[in-house]
Design a protein around this ligand. Structure first.
Ligand code: ARG
Length: 458
């Protein structure tokens, strides 16, 4: 296929160099955005009298046909084209001849690709927001179902204080609400149209960039044409947001994997989200969660690739920038796949409250509450803390727990102890009495559930 730019050359491009240069095998996924951008551009060219109304109408109509044919499987992308922009233009010209050749007036592939990628990423970011919402719904469902089911809360992976299962998983819900607002912010930042920046310096034609921006749903135009074609900050912002989503999913995965182990057995994953072993008949492996944890590194890699590609290139467009696409597309595909399996994996997992409760009763996780009770009776906190530490050490030595240590023994440590202590240190009291805002108490869980409901309805 003869190159569009062949005029200046006396030899054609070497075959390997041609393959190396071509981006059609990955940028063809932006065909819809490319055509939409071109339709807006052709409409504007006619409105400004740069091309005739008749030519513009034919161009727009034919571009719409091309889109329809691509979507209906009637037209295949030509893998020999250099990129998606060249393919669409060549197809247009094939269908309507010289009139098609008028489309590229007052435009360059540099602003064309910049607008295509913004449109594409805007759509994908919104789709990913939808997938995170599905995950939020799954977490919400489990939290509601197990609102007051007690489990051990950990620090340093050591049993620390009793919490409810709802409180624990709602922590993840809060992270995912921030992930959504982060994506929304990134979309806001990228939603300015570079179309009309042309190669780098603008154009001598009297174009209307505000018109194309408005037609394409942008909030405005990029104010500097050099920045318009050189900026890929929005890719970095999105990749950083994707990396944060993956980091959250990975932390959650790690807990799912631990909780599903025989050592914890706090949950059981549904058969449809687990795999067996080729040799050990008893195995039920949490592969989905492990893969999500593993794929996190891949998305971080995509962010690093983008940052590194951009760090050394001078203004304005350089071919290095073609490398922006594969990493961000890979990150999008990965994040979407991960969210798509994670949400139903959470929705279908079985929570085992009895095992959690048992674990909560074994680790002296009510020791802080015993100390707090002594403080409420007038003892300075440090003294209470020391007493309880000694009592815990005594219990460990004698294979007892705070609940089973007899009152006479308590009194040997200090006369202040009385029978009320047993009620004070019951796991239920420990949880219910945590009344501080944002704590594990019931009113706080209700407030969190309400926040998620409102967030989802927004
Ligand atoms: N395929 C190119 C890319 O993705 C399109 C822009 C080409 N511009 C140019 N001046 N060669 O970056």
């Amino acid at each position: 296929m003869e190159k569009m730019w062949a005029g200046r050359f006396s030899k054609s491009l070497d075959k390997l160099a041609d393959d190396f240069n071509s981006s059609i095998h990955f940028d063809s996924r932006m065909y819809k955005q490319d055509i939409t951008g071109s339709i807006a551009h052709a409409t504007m060219l006619a409105a400004k009298g740069i091309i005739s109304e008749l030519d513009s109408e034919l161009i727009v109509e034919t571009l719409s046909d091309i889109l329809e044919d691509l979507e209906g499987g009637k037209l295949a992308i030509d893998e020999n084209a250099e990129d998606i922009h060249m393919f669409v233009e060549a197809e247009l010209t094939k269908r309507i001849g010289d009139i098609g050749k008028r489309l590229h007036t007052a435009r360059s592939r540099n602003d064309q690709v910049a607008v295509d990628i913004r449109l594409y990423l805007r759509d994908e970011a919104n789709e990913i927001i939808g997938l995170i919402k599905e995950l939020l719904k799954a977490i919400y469902g489990k939290a509601k179902e197990h609102k007051m089911d007690i489990m051990p809360g950990y620090t340093h992976l050591q049993r620390a204080q009793p919490i409810t299962f709802a409180h624990h998983i709602l922590a993840y819900a809060m992270m995912f609400t921030r992930d959504i607002t982060r994506l929304q912010d990134a979309v806001k930042h990228m939603n300015y149209s570079p179309l009309g920046s042309c190669a780098l310096a603008g154009t001598t034609y009297d174009t209307d960039r505000y018109m194309t921006a408005q037609k394409l749903g942008f909030d405005g135009i990029t104010l500097n044409s050099i920045d318009g074609v050189s900026d890929r900050d929005f890719c970095i912002e999105l990749l950083a947001a994707f990396s944060t989503i993956m980091m959250h999913l990975s932390r959650f995965s790690e807990e799912i994997i631990m909780w599903a182990s025989w050592e914890f057995k706090f949950i059981e994953l549904d058969d449809s989200y687990t795999t067996g072993s080729s040799i050990m008949p008893q195995k039920k492996n949490p592969d989905m969660a492990e893969l999500v944890r593993g794929k996190t590194g891949r998305v971080y890699g995509d962010l690093m690739a983008m940052l590194t590609t951009l760090k050394g290139i001078p203004l304005a467009y350089n071919k290095d920038m073609q490398e922006d696409k594969e990493s961000i597309f890979d990150a999008i595909d990965t994040v979407k796949k991960c969210l798509s399996v994670f949400a139903p994996m959470i929705a279908t997992m079985k929570v085992l409250p009895d095992n959690m409760y048992k674990a909560a009763g074994e680790g002296f996780i009510n020791a802080t509450d015993l100390a707090d009770w002594l403080v409420k009776k007038g003892m300075p906190f440090r003294t209470a803390y020391k007493h309880v530490g000694e009592i815990v050490a005594y219990c460990i030595k004698n294979k007892l727990i705070l609940e089973t240590l007899p009152i006479e023994k308590y009194k040997e440590f200090d006369d202040i102890f009385d029978d009320d202590l047993y009620n004070e240190i019951s796991l239920e009291t420990c949880v219910l009495k945590r009344i501080s805002a944002g704590g594990t108490g019931e009113a706080s869980i209700d407030a969190q559930l309400e926040y998620i409901t409102e967030f989802l309805n927004d």
